[in-house]
Ligand binder design. Sequence first.
Ligand code: GMT
Length: 383
Amino acid sequence: MRIGITCYPVYGGSGVVATELGQALAARGHEIHFIAYSLPFRLNQVTENIYFHEVSVNRYPLFDFPPYALSLTSKMVDVAKYEKLDLLHVHYAIPHATSAVLARDILRQQSIQIPIVTTLHGTDITIVGQDASYTPVVTYSINASDGVTAVSNFLRKETYDAFEIKAPIQVIPNFIDTKNFYRLEKEHFRGAICDADQKVIVHVSNFRRVKNVSHVVETFHRILQVGVSAKLLLVGDGPDRSNVEQLSRDLGIQDNVRFLGKQDPIQEILSISDLFLLTSGSEAFGLAPLEAMACNVPVVCSNIGGLPELIEGSGAGYLCPVGDIDAFATSSIEILTNRQLHAQMSNQAREYVVRNYDTETIVSMYEDYYEKVINETLSTSDS
Ligand code: GMT
């Protein structure tokens, strides 16, 4: 198949999923055309059947707000037409689904049929999409897509609850290439980060408000208070970073907290970690804990959104109520201080991910879904 993929190319889960999906599909022989405003940050491997088409936005003086969605639409039309795409797959509804619907309708006027698949990732539904300034257009674009997927059962339900959606939604979870993403031998690196007797706790996010990163720092403070010697590694960057830096200074634990900024790949950091903490107030799936689990890192996460679907039954860690710092600290301390429990969770985490979320399994789900959508579109256009 010739597939166009649009995503946010910056640091973030939906871009990672889109890029890894494109790379996995290319490895299976499909021709992949990424359409975005810059090269997706994980698109670090050039292969013969991956192409990149940059969307450039015309900054005319009249435009206080340059209409990116329209430039994207025009680029989609161009790529679909000249590269003879079979399907366009857009990640994150706003504005990608809307641009894709418009591009498909423009192409229809030129007698070119191209089905579009929209993947809902999280805040496009749970937060941003529910803002009145976006709701009607998000609803329209989801209903007008030829196929819609969501990354968890939670997100599927939330979409039906929050919007007037008639379109069927297929759940296809996040995935990871477990053959290449696993715990590496990094004792030397670990030695540079912490003392031999110290535990390493890690958090990875885009430091947006929804991630509650201050709760990670407060949990870590409690862990230190009971005498567990540890370092906290904070990976990523975003609007809440300076507040979190200030909080660690206010709590007097700044020497034990390291801000590593945006790091990719994070496999090396996860490989020296003993525990992954995620305190989000909303999380559609939880790609970051999935990556941690693939590297044998036990997890303590909020009991919300799609996280129970990932963690319950895995034996990889614990779920805690959002904002309950006591619960986060108690669960973390139990895992960090019980060697046997830690080893057991570590092994179970990796095994569970290999069994349920490996690229091979999930990418086949996308391929089957594409074929279904293409066949349905062809049969409706024939009749
Ligand atoms: O919604 C976001 O915060 C952004 C989004 C992204 O584009 O990075 O993340 C979401 O998509 C990931 C990949 O499907 C999921 O693993 C994350 O759980 C989800 N984030 C939230 O729902 C907060």
